[in-house]
Design a protein around this ligand. Structure first.
Ligand SMILES: O=C(O)CCC(=O)C(=O)O
Length: 264
């Protein structure tokens, strides 16, 4: 099945091996170094930008090509790129805070969540996500009733370390919970993209609001990611971007991708 058809029918795709073992280790090391400095398990976007080795992963040809193909056009990148540690989030949907036209199961794909997990996913050890295929095409009451017996519908995405998972942000998903202690820290590089600028302002407002209020289920987790949301207005294009990232952007990889000039 091609990726456009799979995204449309299943609500997610896996692009395998977008980064290799050496690149995984570099991102893991960078996370560890920054964690020692500020003790935040959701890295600040401006800290991600300081390392072109990390940020440029998002701009890799294989990544950008897949996103462009799925949207059939250039796209916007939001200032919410981060590396997150040991996030375990229950069933949720990332679109319910957006305008009705975005949530509507009938409309074409508009927002995608992107994650490169830095370890394999495993039903016992966790490390990635579990989702309900096709739930992006269902209305809220239907999904709610399915969540009474999610085992009947869920699918553990068996991604490998370094794979990119892209999901329609209307899909109902959760972290794959570990049944026993994983042997490695669960880490993921994550970000959001959109196909049209029509709803970008409301999404940016939503990200800004989350610096003050708890809205999404993940805002209620023990380690609050509020400093991460509060940092997003500091992402300014081009001033907060490393020259190596700007070179990639200018070279052609993202000729017209609209990195937001003023984040929020
Ligand atoms: O990485 C995970 O475990 C879950 C991520 C997630 O649910 C999200 O970003 O919406």
């Amino acid at each position: 099945m091609n990726i456009i058809k799979q995204m449309s029918e299943q609500g997610y795709v896996v692009i395998s091996e977008v980064i290799n073992k050496k690149e995984i280790d570099i991102i893991r090391e960078y996370y560890k170094k920054i964690l020692e400095r500020n003790n935040l398990s959701t890295l600040l976007p401006t800290d991600v930008l300081k390392s072109p080795d990390v940020f440029n992963t998002i701009l890799k040809d294989k990544v950008v090509t897949a996103i462009r193909e799925l949207f059939s056009r250039d796209f916007s990148l939001f200032p919410n790129f981060t590396i997150r540690e040991s996030v375990y989030i229950p069933w949720h949907n990332d679109a319910y805070f957006l305008p009705d036209e975005v949530i509507n199961p009938e409309v074409p794909l508009q927002f995608m969540q992107c994650a490169i997990y830095l370890q394999d996913n495993d039903p016992e050890l966790g490390g990635g996500i579990t989702l309900i295929p096709f739930s992006h095409r269902l209305d809220q009451p239907t999904v709610k009733s399915m969540l009474n017996t999610p085992q009947a519908y869920e699918k553990v995405i068996m991604s490998k370390a370094g794979d990119l998972i892209l999901w329609d942000n209307r899909i109902t998903h959760r972290s794959t919970y570990p049944d026993k202690a994983p042997d490695n820290t669960k880490l993921a590089l994550q970000w959001t993209v959109s196909a049209s600028e029509r709803h970008n302002e409301s999404y940016l407002q939503y990200l800004q609001d989350r610096a003050q209020c708890s809205m999404h289920v993940s805002d209620y987790l023990l380690k609050s990611p509020k400093p991460y949301f509060a940092d997003m207005p500091n992402v300014r294009y081009p001033d907060s971007f490393h020259q190596d990232s700007l070179n990639i952007h200018g070279r052609s990889c993202l000729p017209s991708t609209r990195v937001k000039k003023s984040a929020v």
